[in-house]
Design a protein around this ligand. Structure first.
Ligand code: SAH
Length: 342
């Protein structure tokens, strides 16, 4: 499928044709990665951030955020919880926080590995090469870094680089791959200024980058950010930031990258609280990332408002999830859930 075909699907509003897309995505998912749904326990370890991303609620200039950094002891407790709940992976995510020093993360990764043997995914933003090298050596298995959009001008507008540096997530993704990480990336859907052709190029790029993991979700406006505050000038062919559009992107991601691990994301469930998670799983996704962040921190990791998991405790998440998977004829994956077929 080339970018033109993909753009055709993104524009498609014909329900019958879309049914065909959902079925194709679900079939490819079943034939390649099977019925296992891998569970990754998400721990949001810090909401400090030095960046000024125009979409993100924890951007540095937002003075209304109470900032936190979880202690290593608390993180290890969360990792124990992940084991108890039967998850195979923990994902450590944060703002781009220089306070999470290279050595501290090294020790943390070692400690989690030693104690639990879980697979470890890091999602800590754009960090110096030496950090990526040291964390991989310490035992980190995977790294998530969405490129958000491949449109350079749009990217620079919504994701201003650090002073004196060039913003190039593609070179970071290549580096991560060379270091032996499983690499995850993805995009925001419906960023003001994003048009259909540009989103179609993004999806074609998933295949070109040979991503091991693909995370996509609708852009959700946060009132304390430039993109959430200021009305954007209308763009021809603007992609809507809807759950309907997110399902198309999910299904197309599965078709272009049949073997990737693809989560049904929280942002989708936020826009479609009743059925979002299950619908994602039946339209291409094979991963869920239940939130393990302790409640008192979780409310402060507000990258966008009304995150669907805010009121759930980890245990409720798990019970709901098991019932949901059963209903869908799926089952929780065992083990680390690495990318298949490599
Ligand atoms: N600091 C890390 C982790 C960021 S949070 C990094 O930059 O990689 C993970 C993802 O949340 C981001 O990559 C972005 O795609 C998504 N996100 C941020 N703000 C959002 C918003 N307002 N609506 C929807 N998704 C958002």
């Amino acid at each position: 499928m080339n970018a033109e075909d993909i753009a055709g699907w993104l524009r498609c509003e014909d329900r019958r044709k879309l049914e065909e897309l959902w079925e194709r995505a679900d079939r490819v998912r079943r034939d390649t990665v099977g019925d296992d749904v891998h569970l990754r326990g998400l721990i949001e370890i810090s909401n400090f951030c030095v960046r000024r991303c125009a979409y993100c609620g924890i951007r540095a200039p937002n003075t209304h955020v109470t900032r936190y950094r979880i202690t290593d002891v608390e993180i290890l407790d969360c990792a124990d919880k992940a084991v108890e709940l039967g998850y195979g992976t923990v994902v450590l995510q944060a703002g781009e926080d220089d306070g999470l020093t290279r050595d501290w993360v090294v020790e943390l990764v070692r400690a989690i590995k030693e104690r639990t043997g879980l697979a470890i995914t890091l999602s800590l933003g754009e960090r110096p090469t030496g950090d990526f090298v040291a964390w991989r050596k310490a035992g980190a298995d995977r790294y998530l870094l969405r490129f958000e959009t491949s449109d350079h001008d749009l990217y620079d507008r919504i994701h201003p680089p650090r002073p004196g540096q060039e913003g190039d997530r593609f070179s970071r993704l290549r580096l991560l791959r060379d270091l032996g990480y499983e690499v995850g990336s993805g995009v925001l859907i419906g960023i003001p200024g994003q048009n259909f052709d540009s989103l179609a190029v993004d999806i074609a790029l998933f295949a070109e980058l040979d991503l091991d993991m693909i995370g996509v979700g609708p852009f959700i406006p946060h009132p304390e950010t430039p993109l959430g505050r200021e009305p954007s000038p209308p763009v021809a062919d603007q992609v809507p930031a809807t759950d309907a559009m997110a399902y198309k992107v999910l299904a197309l991601a599965r078709l272009v990258c049949p073997e990737s691990n693809i989560p049904s994301t929280t942002a989708i469930a936020t826009l479609d609280p009743d059925g979002g998670r299950a619908t994602g799983l039946s339209r291409g996704a094979n991963v869920v990332m239940p939130n393990l962040t302790p409640d008192r921190y979780r409310v402060l990791y507000e990258i966008y408002p009304d995150k669907s998991v805010l009121s759930e405790t980890s245990d409720v998440c798990r019970t709901d999830l098991n019932a949901q998977l059963l209903e869908l004829g799926r089952r929780p994956g065992r083990g680390p859930g690495n990318r298949t077929g490599k």
